[in-house]
Design a protein around this ligand. Sequence first.
Ligand SMILES: [Zn+2]
Length: 143
Amino acid sequence: MQLPRRQFEIIQEHALRDVPYECCGLLAGRRQPNHKGEYENLVYEIAPCANVLYNGREHGFEISYSEYIDVEREAKGLGLEIVGSYHSHIGSPAVPSNNDVNFARPGHSMIILSVQNMQPSAVTSWYRREEGGFHQEAIRVIE
Ligand SMILES: [Zn+2]
């Protein structure tokens, strides 16, 4: 997946601001096929969202349906689509939980930023295949 540096910085700022709670947001961009017919997500914009999980926002997140729809409409207005999401893990590794796996839609990428002692400590991205399965993918940060 490809992510502009400025958007990467906004994700890190959002994560630190929301400690001790997990932050979350959506990624807007385009899906690009490679020579093998596999898709890669190119992120152009990010939309920070509210974590509306009722209980346990320290180790979980939820994006409301209405906010998702709003961001989707906004992305379409820019000629983009939602290609994934991001969220933070506070004091735990940047590895998806069972809930994370269920949240990820087919064809989408999920960025997880781990925050340890008020510092971003690791960032990973996970790609949900159309045919099922969830695997880690490289993040290409571009200027
Ligand atoms: Zn998570």
